[in-house]
Design a protein around this ligand. Structure first.
Ligand code: SF4
Length: 503
């Protein structure tokens, strides 16, 4: 065998392993952002206190490393749901009483005040108050909003988004939010089908959701209202889902975001007796029967599909609101395509200082805030990491990457920097390099993950990301890489509390 043939065989074997891994991960609900999150949470992460974190922010905001046009966001998490919806794998503390929530809000306010000092003189761009802040009582809710808006300043055009669960949002809280300066309300609807709501343990009724959307619309907020729906919940029929979608579209929120269901193990155990393949097949057939009609209903109701999201998220914007739409209204945090930093506050919140540091707050609801005690784990982030993340986000959202923009932003040539992987991906017809742009030519999570894994490099994936997957996933990966049949089930709570909490 010649040296060239040996190299080709090795390359083919590597690509086969990449393809198997990508399929395995995508079939189990992992997307590129999960992968990036895994890779940026390296083993040996340093533990540190709020005092140290505030010092890092102060230095970061003063330093010249913040590129021109870079965004700075603030994310605040309130993780208290009334009950845990059976499909949800996010960090939350269901069933907490007002006493526990009040004490959390008190500690969170102290944390806000602490970091507010580091941000003195700096304007933040976007704000996302996420989780279920609407569960706080009126007094705690007002105190929290007062703390956020008195300690941080925001640019006038940024998004200031409040997430809420319909079952706990009140008119008084809505008015208070608008008065403080929120300009968008994100409502976790998921479905309007009351039988399905009951089956997935979600206390909510159709009429109050539609009323809430109407009420938000009447506030005349700049970015209005976004309604989240989930596709393929257990027991939901295609007709039922489309009925929910149609009713939501008629109630006219500025944007509608439809997400694919993440198959978490407890959900698969409960509804499919642990048969992951059956659950995935049911979801696939549901999606096949609904995606087309959903787009048709959206178009008829005056909505435009704003991004072709390869992670199976469909984000529709009202045609007349398109001028205000940007991906930043959807991804205000780490996964925004713009260079951005986010200060995360609250249990399980993630923070990112662009090109410098990424850290995660402990996933326990605080009862008191101790600025000197270790409460974060983090690792440095390189500019190469930022480049990969940027490509991830563009591929994920179907946005072509202009070569000029990449050079201007990162000071390096994209085609040279990722020469090997991009050439390979172009040869296999996964990406197209034309008109001074690089774009993804295939859709679907497996193709997306394949591209992501090629860019990262399998070796790096194995070294950096894989050790942080649970044992069952590592075992499945080893089997898959060796060409043996493998099943893979993601662990619960593999997602952090990022602004996609979905109340
Ligand atoms: S979907 Fe929303 S309301 Fe339900 S458990 Fe998850 S975060 Fe809570």
């Amino acid at each position: 065998m010649t040296r060239t043939t040996t190299a080709r065989t090795a390359r083919a074997a590597r690509l086969l392993a990449v393809g198997r891994t990508a399929r395995l991960l995508s079939e189990n609900g992992f997307d590129l952002c999960d992968l990036y999150y895994r890779m940026s949470s390296k083993k040996g992460a340093e533990r540190f206190s709020a005092d140290r974190a505030a010092g890092l922010w102060e230095e970061f905001l003063r330093s010249r490393r913040r590129p021109d046009g870079a965004l700075t966001n603030v994310y605040v998490n309130v993780p208290f749901c009334r009950t845990r919806c059976s499909f949800c794998g996010l960090y939350t503390r269901p069933g907490a009483g007002q006493r526990e929530m009040r004490s959390y809000a008190g500690a969170l306010i102290k944390e806000i005040e602490h970091f507010g000092r580091a941000f003195r003189g700096a304007e933040a761009d976007h704000l996302y108050l996420g989780g279920t802040p609407s569960r706080l009582d009126d007094a705690a809710f007002g105190d929290l909003l007062e703390a956020v808006f008195s300690r941080f300043s925001f640019t006038p055009d940024g998004n200031r988004i409040l997430e809420c669960a319909p079952s706990s949002m009140t008119s008084a809280k809505l008015r208070a939010a608008a008065g403080f300066g929120f300009n968008k309300i994100n409502i976790g609807v998921q479905t309007l089908d009351e039988k399905v709501l009951k089956a997935v343990d979600r206390p909510q009724d159709r009429d109050s959701v539609l009323r809430l959307i109407g009420e938000v619309n009447s506030l005349g907020l700049k970015f209005g209202c976004n309604a989240d729906l989930i596709m393929g919940l257990y027991g939901e029929t295609a007709a039922g889902f489309l009925d929910s979608f149609r009713a939501i579209a008629r109630s006219s929120p500025q944007t509608i975001s439809v997400y694919d269901l993440y198959l978490i193990p407890s959900y698969v155990d409960r509804y499919y007796g642990g048969d992951h393949e059956a659950a995935a097949a049911a979801l696939e057939s549901f999606r096949a029967g609904t995606a087309g009609p959903m787009r048709k209903i959206a178009a008829e109701a005056g909505y435009v599909l704003t991004c072709r999201n390869n992670s199976r998220e469909w984000i529709f914007s009202r045609r007349e609101a398109l001028k205000d739409f940007s991906l930043y209204t959807v991804y205000t945090g780490e996964f925004s395509p713009a260079p951005s930093s986010t200060l995360g506050l609250g249990a399980a919140a993630r923070s990112l200082m662009y090109g410098r540091y990424s850290y995660l707050q402990d996933a326990e609801a605080m009862v008191e805030f101790s600025p000197g005690a270790p409460m974060f784990s983090g690792t440095p982030v390189s500019m190469e990491g930022e480049m990969i993340k940027f490509l991830f986000v563009c591929f994920r959202t179907g946005v072509p990457v202009p070569l000029d923009y990449f050079r201007k932003r990162f000071g390096t040539d994209l085609l040279k920097k990722f020469k090997g992987p991009l050439a390979e991906l172009a040869r296999l017809n996964y990406v197209k390099i034309a008109d001074k742009k690089v774009s993804l030519t295939r859709s679907g999570p497996a193709s997306l993950l394949f591209c992501g894994l090629c860019l990262i490099g399998m070796e790096r994936f194995v070294r950096e990301a894989l050790p942080f997957f649970p044992e069952n996933i590592r075992a499945s990966f080893a089997a898959s890489a060796a060409g043996r049949p493998a099943k893979l089930y993601p662990a619960v709570n593999h997602r952090n509390s990022w602004p996609r909490t979905g109340s």
